[in-house]
Design a protein around this ligand. Structure first.
Ligand SMILES: [Fe+2]
Length: 395
């Protein structure tokens, strides 16, 4: 009898284990992002960590403390995520940069930047490493340009329908077209895939476009038309030449909401991505990394273009503008959203913060000084912007 009980128990264990297998397998690939019961959905953005297998301790601390404080439902890495040499080191770097998120069981996704694949590992292989760690990004159509272009629907809180949509777009590296120069652009087949998928989502939504946000590394080329004054002729080094036009060296600060601390680096050709968004009518905002010290928002033809500064402490930046982006979506008002930049100095000034004490950290007095300088700089931008209000706003 004792043996029979043991046998029965073993049999039950095997049956239960076998029946659980397909469920586990399905759960790994299943995207079950959905609005919370309170109707909110928070997305944290980490742009340009740009570090190797020995990730700066300050970067890890900034990420971890931002995650603990704001408890996002999803994290998106905005490209230039890792820059380690060779497969083993890139795998270790990916493990390190995603660890703060994985340790907290938060779903995450990535887009690639212009630097990720410059270290002897293809984007396809990098994506496989990310996927093995639970990353939600997938290559929706491997036949189109780049890697990792896809979409992640967010379900309504009751799970009945797609309430919002996230586009993850590979904006490439460098423009390798014959005779071309500058950064890469979003290629026609990527835009075709976007339009086709947006139309399918729209059809499934009763003919109404599903509100969406786009995430990609490189900013759109129209940023110059939106931010700068187009000049009738070149002023040499006192102007910027791009997209076949000349623009004022400085932007019109009154058109900005946030910091502009470096020249924007979009592709040098108009790729039609903004027009595609306008035509489909779904994208309300686009978030970029790439220009590490810019943290502005500017509305271009109805789409908010938001540059998220770097979170990384091992790439060029400064301690005023370093941090993480935080988007809050609302199920009952999906056409709008809230956005704030979580500054690293604010995190470091909290009494419980480990940022000042980890390797590479600075004193609390130093972070206090950064906060003061930020206040002065913001005042300057406002005053300078007020002086420039003679220039019309672009929308
Ligand atoms: Fe970068």
């Amino acid at each position: 009898m004792k043996h029979a009980t043991k046998l029965l128990s073993l049999l039950l264990t095997v049956i239960l284990a076998c029946s659980a297998l397909p469920v586990c397998a399905a759960a790994k690939d299943e995207n079950d992002l959905r609005f919370n019961e309170d109707g909110a959905f928070k997305i944290m953005l980490f742009a340009d960590p740009q570090d190797d297998e020995d990730l700066e301790e300050t970067t890890t601390a900034i990420m971890g403390e931002a995650l603990d404080l704001y408890k996002p439902d999803l994290v998106v890495y905005l490209g230039d995520n890792t820059v380690a040499d060779g497969y083993e080191n890139q795998a270790a770097a990916i493990d390190a940069v995603t660890k703060p998120v994985r340790d907290r069981d938060i779903p995450f996704a990535i887009v690639f930047g212009n630097h990720d694949q410059e270290h002897g590992v293809t984007k396809e292989d990098l994506l496989e490493i990310y996927r093995d760690l639970g990353c939600l990004t997938y290559d929706a159509d491997p036949s189109i340009y780049g890697c990792g272009t896809c979409n992640l629907p967010i379900l309504s809180s009751d799970g009945s329908h797609t309430a919002f949509n996230l586009w993850l777009t590979d904006s490439g590296s460098n423009n390798t077209d014959e005779g071309a120069s500058g950064y890469d652009y979003v290629h026609p087949d990527e835009l075709e895939w976007y339009k086709k998928t947006a139309e399918a989502l729209k059809a499934a939504n009763g003919g109404k476009a599903v509100p969406a946000i786009n995430f990609q590394h490189i900013i759109i080329p129209e940023i110059y038309d939106a931010l700068h004054v187009k000049l009738p002729f070149s002023l040499g080094k006192l102007s910027v030449q791009t997209n076949g036009n000349s623009y004022s060296l400085l932007p019109v600060f009154s058109r900005l909401n946030g910091y502009w601390l470096e020249e924007c680096c979009p592709p040098e050709v108009y790729d039609g991505q903004l027009q595609a968004w306008v035509d489909e009518g779904d994208v309300i905002a686009a978030f970029n990394g790439h220009d590490h010290t810019n943290s502005f928002t500017v509305n271009v033809r109805g789409v908010d273009i938001v540059n998220v500064p770097t979170v990384g402490c091992n790439s060029y930046s400064n301690d005023i503008n370093r941090g993480a982006g935080l988007i809050t979506l609302h199920e009952n008002d999906p056409e709008s959203y809230e956005y704030e930049l979580i500054r690293s100095f604010d995190l470091a000034l909290d009494k419980t913060s480990s940022i000042p004490t980890v390797q590479g950290g600075r004193s609390r007095a130093y972070y206090g000084l950064m906060k003061t300088l930020d206040g002065i700089a913001q005042l300057f931008f406002k005053l300078f912007g007020a002086v420039q209000t003679v220039f019309p706003k672009r929308g």
